[in-house]
Design a protein around this ligand. Structure first.
Ligand SMILES: NC(=O)C1=CN([C@@H]2O[C@H](COP(=O)(O)OP(=O)(O)OC[C@H]3O[C@@H](n4cnc5c(N)ncnc54)[C@H](O)[C@@H]3O)[C@@H](O)[C@H]2O)C=CC1
Ligand SMILES: O=C(O)CCC(=O)C(=O)O
Length: 527
């Protein structure tokens, strides 16, 4: 059945077309995002949800999203999505990190000009037939200092444009390297220095616990009198009441706001203020940007739903469409090895080490590790998947480590999964040329078996007569043996057997196998 995607915000028709072309069923309901009750009622029918900023994907919506696999944000900020709740539910959250950056940067520059020359007020006055030539005295941008807070994609483009306008740019961004600052031609400074020196300040950070209220009254009082502030990032970055007080006192000469603490902002204490320019979250609203983000989000979501490729996900390692076919059998192997170990581990897991040997060591091991963790945790947490497994392991205090070796002893590629409890237990496997995963080593004992839906795993002392009695019990119980794999350390020492059977394994049969004197452990496994 074709996957189904709901588009609940206004997106370019390009997105609808791309979904259809890629074999994804699409339901375009551009106003649904505003109706949270209806969204809650129908979200369970969809595999994907494509949004802009109007749809609020809360924990409650996610709890009702029984089939949801991916949320695609046609834009950058994902503060309207409860990403931890999505991750816990195993839903990928992806965005389109570059599609609207130029457009948003241009909006910030436009807002700066609008403030410097009071264009909106002058426009309204002229339309009103007032011709107030003496009322509107502006300031030049040339030689002024622009303070950029957050110098990532958008902040960098703003900085480049401002340098083109012959402004001096100072930037505060803890993650901006000294080299990148030099390349951009900006001066990297601390926040207080930026406040002290800037004539104009523009915000380009995401809204996080660290950036929320980054401009409050104490920050404003560090700024030059007559500073002008532009916010085309997120409303919560500025304490709006503090900004109003500073505008009223004249400490801040002007503010240009595209974003507000509460959106849609239909009434606001700053509306009507002569020195405030407002736009209704238009930063990304150009034909070009909307085409870019619609196309990108639809391609990314379709690639994931159809091919398993992951791009620009915030809660899952990337898997390109090119590598997906090669990676897929190893993802399966990693998950099955994890599942094997998870089903056999009863004690608390302290750590998991995944060793990648040979060709597989050069593959996307983050994705493979996520798959292995999924397998280990699934016996405990039925709904865990590659998105949620790393965070679930972390929450449970499981230390996860990876080890990579360029060559594998007997195979082109080998994955060995070591579960650390009070002891270490290892299981290893490979993928043969037929693309099917095989288990090739258990607890250091070589053997070879395919994973099968119903298996019996037995560890025993290597003694004559065991196999006959074991097979006899299966036969008496009417259980057909499909494959039988054996291995041992040395004659008379530890031995294991892994048997594929047709159908379910009754608990009484397992108890009888367990009672064979040479048997140490007998377990039913499912894959
Ligand atoms: N008005 C609109 O329509 C639009 C608004 N946005 C907003 O713009 C924001 C920035 O977008 P991009 O530049 O693409 O993101 P980005 O991730 O490329 O850049 C954000 C920068 O902020 C920096 N940063 C993080 N915490 C910081 C802190 N505490 N102090 C200073 N800098 C900090 C990061 O290091 C990063 O360099 C988005 O998160 C989104 O909220 C984005 C697109 C459109
Ligand atoms: O989709 C929009 O209009 C808003 C864009 C935005 O805020 C973002 O991409 O972060």
């Amino acid at each position: 059945m074709a996957p189904r995607v709901l588009i609940s915000d206004k997106l370019s028709p390009t997105a609808v077309q791309i979904f259809k072309d890629r074999g994804v069923e699409v339901d375009y309901q551009p106003d649904l995002g505003k109706d949270k009750d209806k969204l809650f009622a129908i979200i369970g029918n969809y595999d994907g949800l494509a949004i802009r900023s109007a749809t609020k994907v809360t924990e409650k919506i996610i709890s009702a999203a029984k089939n949801l696999k991916v949320i695609g944000r046609a834009g950058i900020g994902v503060d309207n999505v409860d990403v931890p709740a999505a991750t816990a539910k195993g839903v990928i959250v992806m965005n389109t990190p570059f599609g609207n950056s130029i457009t948003t940067a241009e909006h910030a520059i436009a807002m700066m000009f609008a403030l410097a020359r009071q264009i909106p007020e002058a426009n309204a006055s002229t339309h009103a037939g007032k011709w107030e030539k003496n009322r509107f005295m502006g300031v030049e941008l040339t030689s002024k200092t622009l303070g950029v807070i957050g110098c990532g994609n958008i902040g960098s483009i703003v900085a480049e444009r401002a340098i083109g306008l012959r402004m001096h740019v100072v930037a505060y961004d803890p993650f901006l390297s000294a080299e990148r600052a030099v390349d951009l031609g900006v001066e990297k400074v601390e926040l207080d220095e930026l406040f002290r020196r800037a004539d104009f300040i523009t915000l380009h950070t995401p809204l996080t616990d660290k950036t929320r209220n980054i401009i409050d009254i104490s920050a404003i009082l560090k700024m030059k009198k007559g500073v002008r502030i532009i916010n085309c990032a997120r409303g919560g970055l500025i304490v709006e009441a503090d900004l109003k007080a500073a505008l009223d006192s004249g400490h801040v000469a002007g503010a240009a706001l595209d974003v507000f603490e509460v959106e849609p902002a239909t009434e606001h204490p700053l509306f009507g203020h002569p020195n405030v320019v407002c736009t209704p979250h238009l930063g990304a609203s150009t034909t070009e940007a909307q085409e870019n983000v619609a196309l990108q989000v639809a391609e990314q979501m379709a690639d994931y739903l159809i091919k398993g490729a992951v791009q620009n996900a915030l809660n899952m390692p990337s898997i390109t469409a090119d590598e997906a076919p090669r990676l897929t059998p190893f993802v399966k192997l990693a998950e099955q090895l994890g599942s094997f170990a998870g089903q056999l581990t009863e004690e608390g897991i302290k750590g998991i080490r995944i060793e990648y040997e040979g060709d597989v060591a050069g593959m996307n091991t983050r994705a493979l590790t996520a798959a292995a963790l999924t397998g280990v945790l699934r016996p405990l947490l039925q709904t865990v998947n590659m998105v949620s497994a790393p965070i679930m392991a972390k929450e449970r205090g499981i230390q996860v480590s990876e080890l990579r070796r360029e060559s594998a002893e007997n195979y082109d590629s080998l994955i060995r999964l070591v579960v650390i409890t009070d002891r270490e237990r290892a299981v290893a496997g490979t993928v043969f040329a037929d693309g099917r995963p095989r288990i090739v080593e258990i607890k250091g004992i070589k053997m070879e078996a395919e994973f099968a839906p119903s298996m019996i795993y037995v560890t025993n002392e290597d003694k004559p007569g065991f196999i006959g009695r074991f097979a006899g019990l299966l036969g008496d119980a009417g259980i057909n043996i499909a494959t039988f794999a054996l291995g041992r350390h040395a004659p008379g020492e530890d031995a294991i057997c892994l048997v594929e059977v047709d159908g379910e394994i009754p608990a009484e049969l397992l108890a009888e196998v367990q009672a064979i004197p040479a048997v140490r452990q007998a377990r039913a496994l499912t894959f």
